[in-house]
Ligand binder design. Structure first.
Ligand code: ATP
Ligand code: MG
Length: 335
């Protein structure tokens, strides 16, 4: 593929947790890349492996989980098994991060303003007062009322939504080249959400930040994401440009997820509920992980589906499309 070198390039990523005498695979052959200024959305039901994928990418997979296959490259550099120290140096400066549980990202015994100031001064040559002014500005831009006063509060004095925005302020503070956001606007009201999405979009255009965004909100996907990856059972079920995916989903799982949602996707619209539950990683059906819940299941689905790549940029891991070898320009990759 042509175009600028990707900021992030993930190839066949596999992550596992030990279990008993064996292990469970929770990320199973995930590949994607994000170009400067581009954004990829990760969607899928709870337990499908979105957060572990995001954490693996930034070197934060919780122990005893580990990456057992594939690679992660950040601006051309292989960081798959980079040391904790070198990853800490990247995070905060070049990689901005908002994890799903924002509380753990803040120091409970330090006021929030100084935490943002430190994050800025660790990576930029600015005075304390300059950094403080920037911190207050960021808090304001993130919709925190009376940011000068909030600057002096401890994290426990703030609501969950405010803490989430403080973590966002730290993630955005150093104009990162990659931003990894796991449900960054959950629990925030629509107005604040819109403000945050605007800031993220501004960073994309001004800095060329590449974005990986995990969300349950179809409206957010439609508004922010160029591409969408639909995950289930640790695998990529479908990967397509957002507009195509929302208008014409290919995988029965994607169709189920988008079920009740109109293709335009209005903000706040959550993904649909599919009958049945995501099996635990130890209990995944053979072949296609979705086969036991799929309306279109066939005998063939006991075998792992190939990844079918269409010329319009969509790819889908499903036997329904497994005969796409006849489609001009389509490629079928057996994994
Ligand atoms: N620390 C852990 N130890 C063992 N298994 C884990 C651990 N963390 C996550 N898992 C398992 O890995 C799988 C993927 O979890 P993950 O948190 O990535 O899901 P998710 O798609 O982010 O879900 P949600 O939408 O609920 O955030 C799940 O089956 C989960 O039970
Ligand atoms: Mg998650």
């Amino acid at each position: 593929m042509n175009g600028p070198a990707p900021v992030l390039d993930v190839v066949d990523l596999v992550a596992e947790f030990p279990m008993g005498h064996g292990h469970v695979t929770v990320v199973d052959g995930v590949s994607f890349s994000v170009a400067p200024g581009a954004s990829v959305g990760l969607v899928g039901e709870s337990g499908s492996g979105k957060s572990i994928t995001a954490m693996s990418v930034v070197g934060m997979i919780p122990a005893p989980g580990r990456i057992t296959g594939g690679s992660v490259r950040f601006r051309g550099q292989d960081i798959t098994h980079a040391s904790g120290k070198s990853m800490r140096a990247l995070r905060g400066k070049e990689i901005g991060l908002v994890l799903q549980d924002p509380m753990t990202a803040l120091n409970p015994v330090q006021r929030i303003g100084p935490q943002i100031v430190e994050a800025i001064r660790e990576h930029q040559d600015v005075s304390r007062s300059g950094a403080a002014a920037r911190a207050v500005e960021l808090l304001g831009q993130l919709g925190i009322p009376s940011p000068e006063r909030r600057f002096h509060e401890y994290p426990h004095r703030l609501s969950g939504g405010m803490r989430q925005r403080v973590v966002l302020a730290i993630a955005l503070a150093n104009d990162p080249s990659l931003l990894v956001l796991d449900e960054p606007t959950t629990a925030l009201d629509v107005t604040v959400q819109a403000q945050i999405l605007d800031l993220i979009k501004e960073l994309r255009t001004r800095v060329g930040t590449a974005i990986v965004l995990i969300t349950h909100d179809v409206g957010v996907v439609a508004e922010v994401c160029d591409d969408v990856i639909v995950m289930y059972g640790g695998r990529v079920m479908e990967h397509a440009p957002a507009s195509l995916l929302l208008a014409d989903p290919l995988h029965p799982y994607t169709i189920g997820l988008l079920g009740s949602v109109p293709s335009a996707g209005t903000k706040g619209e959550k993904l649909a509920t599919i009958p049945g539950a995501v099996p635990s990683p130890a209990d995944m059906p053979r072949g296609c992980p979705f086969s036991n819940r799929c309306k279109n299941v066939m005998t063939k689905c006991e075998e792992r589906p190939p990844v079918v790549q269409f010329p319009d940029g969509r790819s889908v891991a499903c036997w329904l499309h497994g005969d796409a070898a006849g489609v001009p320009g389509a490629a079928v990759r057996h994994v």
